[in-house]
Structures are given as C-alpha cells and as structure tokens.
Design a protein around this ligand. Structure first.
Ligand SMILES: [Zn+2]
Ligand SMILES: [Zn+2]
Length: 130
C-alpha cells in the first residue's frame, strides 16, 4: 500500500535518476562539491535512498554525525510528507548544525527532484570563481 501511494506522488516531469547522475558527474568535474550532490556516486542512487548506509557517515566533516555524542546520526526520510530529519538517537534530538543541516537539505532536494516536485538544476552548488 505504501508503494502505491508513493507512486502517486510522482509526476511525469520528474528528471530520471540516470540523467541527474550523469549531469552531476560532469558538474563535479567543474566544482560541484560531492556533499552537494543529490545522487550518490558510490551507490548510484538518489541520496535520500542510500543516506542510511554507513558510507554516508563522515565523522571528520560532521556529516550524519552528532559531535556531542561522537556517534553516527540516523536520517529519517518521510516519502509522503517529503520531509527529512537528521536525528541523534543517543541524545534524542534533531541535529541542526551546519553539515547535518546541509545533508538534510540535500536529501530533501533529492526527494523533491525524484518526485518531480522540484526542477533539477545541474548548476546548483557549483562554486564559481568571480
Ligand atoms: Zn550513497
Ligand atoms: Zn547526540
């Protein structure tokens, strides 16, 4: 039942995963940060689909990481409500600090683009020198 409801959330205008993946591969070569990608080069999936993998915990950068607990955080993805929460189970709270908030935003964008709720822009996140 859940799958059927998720499908109705999709639209015909959603950009296919493969197209976004290839576009971000090219964008990365001209400055897109790997942390700003909405597709995962490692898992070859939407970031919100594979962010639960331990490979997405980057302790030194503070990604999916609670600094206070020195522990990996969990990411909860609500496909129906299109909401993403980065959560530390040890201290039982949402993580809003810079890297975790960036991760949350990227997962949200990934979710929305995959559903056709938001247009994909390959330029997003590319830092241009003035
Ligand atoms: Zn991944
Ligand atoms: Zn914590």
């Amino acid at each position: 039942m859940i799958n059927r409801r998720v499908l109705t959330c999709q639209t015909a205008t959603a950009t296919p995963l493969a197209a976004v993946f290839e576009s971000e591969n090219r964008a990365e070569q001209v400055g897109l940060s790997p942390f700003d990608r909405i597709t995962c080069r490692f898992h070859r999936r939407w970031i919100h689909d594979c962010v639960v993998s331990p490979a997405h915990v980057v302790a030194v950068a503070g990604y999916r990481w609670c600094g206070d607990c020195a522990a990996a955080a969990t990411v909860m993805v609500d496909h129906l409500g299109c909401e993403v929460v980065v959560w530390c189970e040890r201290c039982d709270r949402r993580l809003h600090d810079g890297p975790n908030e960036q991760l949350r935003q990227v997962c949200l964008r990934s979710l929305e683009v995959s559903r056709g709720r938001r247009a994909f822009s390959p330029e997003y996140g590319v830092r241009r020198s003035a």
